[in-house]
Write a protein that binds this ligand. Structure first.
Ligand SMILES: Nc1ncnc2c1ncn2[C@@H]1O[C@H](COP(=O)(O)OP(=O)(O)O)[C@@H](O)[C@H]1O
Ligand SMILES: [Mg+2]
Length: 398
């Protein structure tokens, strides 16, 4: 019996297209003797579609034609229902397109990587191969993530944070707080990805300009100390809280002050065809002293565990070459291309990476079944039998 795998991608995110690429690469690598692949694309408007045409990135150039050739579908947030339903109910026959044994999310960014999607899937009870809502949300928010890592003794760069409202109503206070750190700094919307809205700033004027822009993207803003002599190192972690391992490290190559959207997805030039994160110019394994590599791989696993992740994540590090300090910059809980290029260099082929992700999803589902989520006792029946009043002075939980 083949396993029905719903590969879900796209989404209401600035990273919609990147996610389409991640999914296409993943589906191409999956062992079709073992899996029935059910591609599920979420459009930028948030509508869900399934159909074979969704598997090839070539078909996305003409979105209107693509949408006409596929079926609009939905999942019901009802526990135990793993069916994918047609939006347009047929006059005859079933309105069920597929049943999903497991979901492999290839979504990136807002509403895909931040816990919202994971929450919906939790409601259905379908096993899924990425971190749960809490871990996803913590990993997506650059402020919350840094707070947790700092509290756990994992090195992060100095930062301050504030809300858009504080910025608009108490700008001079916010500027004073931020300027406790010396320039240069870097301004980031707290919960986006792909370098969108991020700007290095060297004085107050640039800080104001960059923040005015960043609040267009996010309610919360983080400003960090800018590492000027920066070497970036990425390391992927695969597994779960109890058992995880780190891949080899990579050094992505930048064309400017920060690793831009173009560096990440267009191979440094806007005119080249994109292959997702796969097209970033990079050095694998990164040429680093052995002790540095060991520290990064260990810290990557610690970060994955502290944030309670499952599946595959990529942890991005910054080395300050001026003083040798190493910081965790961020975690990507669903990395572009699922970091397959790092796992291949570690000796795990892409199809095996998918097998392991699916195994992790099933294991987590089994583990969760041992936890108590509700009591079978009926509190109302108890009340009737014992004459107690619910909601009264006694018995009510306040
Ligand atoms: N504190 C920093 N100092 C120097 N460069 C940074 C710093 N933080 C981020 N960058 C640069 O900006 C890029 C994007 O920032 P990052 O925090 O990774 O956001 P995103 O989620 O958009 O990838 C990084 O890959 C790096 O090149
Ligand atoms: Mg990044």
């Amino acid at each position: 019996m083949k396993i029905n795998v719903g590969v879900i991608f796209g989404g209401r995110s600035v990273e919609n297209e990147i996610s389409v690429i991640t999914a296409a690469q993943t589906m191409a690598a999956m062992n079709e003797e073992r899996y029935n692949i059910i591609p599920i694309f979420i459009s930028k408007e948030g509508r869900w579609y399934t159909g074979d045409k969704l598997r090839s990135t070539d078909n996305y150039r003409d979105m209107a034609t693509l949408i006409k050739s596929v079926e609009e579908v939905y999942l019901r947030p009802i526990y135990g229902d793993n069916r994918l339903y047609k939006v347009r109910k047929p006059l005859f026959g079933s309105d069920v397109v597929a049943t999903l044994d497991v979901i492999l999310p290839a979504l990136h960014g807002t509403s895909g990587e931040d816990g919202s999607f994971q929450g919906l899937i939790e409601m259905t009870g379908i096993p899924y191969a990425c971190p749960n809502p809490l871990a996803s949300a913590n990993g997506m928010d650059k402020i919350t993530m840094k707070m947790i890592l700092k509290e756990s003794g994992i090195p992060v760069i100095d930062y301050r944070w504030f809300s858009d409202k504080e910025w608009l109503s108490q700008q001079s206070d916010v500027v004073a707080r931020v300027e406790q750190m010396s320039y240069p700094l870097i301004v980031k919307p707290a919960n986006l990805g792909s370098s969108v809205g991020i700007k290095a700033v060297h004085n107050r004027e640039e800080l104001i300009e960059a923040t005015d822009n960043a609040i267009k993207y996010s309610k919360r803003i983080i400003v960090e100390h800018l590492v000027e002599k920066l070497k970036e190192i990425n390391c992927s972690v695969l597994g779960d809280y109890y058992d995880c391992e780190a891949s080899v490290c990579e050094a992505p190559v930048r064309s400017g002050e920060i690793l831009s959207y173009e560096d990440k997805y267009l191979g440094g030039g806007k005119n080249k065809p994109s292959e997702g994160m796969h097209s970033t110019v990079r050095e694998i394994p990164a040429r680093l002293p052995e002790a540095t590599t060991d520290f990064i791989r260990k810290t990557a696993c610690d970060t994955f565990r502290v944030l309670a992740c499952d599946g595959v994540s990529r942890i991005d590090f910054m080395i300050d070459e001026a003083n040798g300090e190493i910081y965790v910059n961020e975690i990507n809980t669903i990395p572009g291309s699922l970091s397959f290029y790092l796992w291949e260099a570690t000796g795990v082929k892409f199809d095996e990476l998918v097998d392991r992700l699916i195994a992790i999803a099933f294991k987590r589902k089994r583990d969760s079944e041992f936890k108590t989520t509700s009591y079978s006792d009926n509190i109302f029946a108890y009340q009737a039998a014992h004459g107690a009043k619910l909601g009264g002075a006694k018995g009510a939980k306040r």
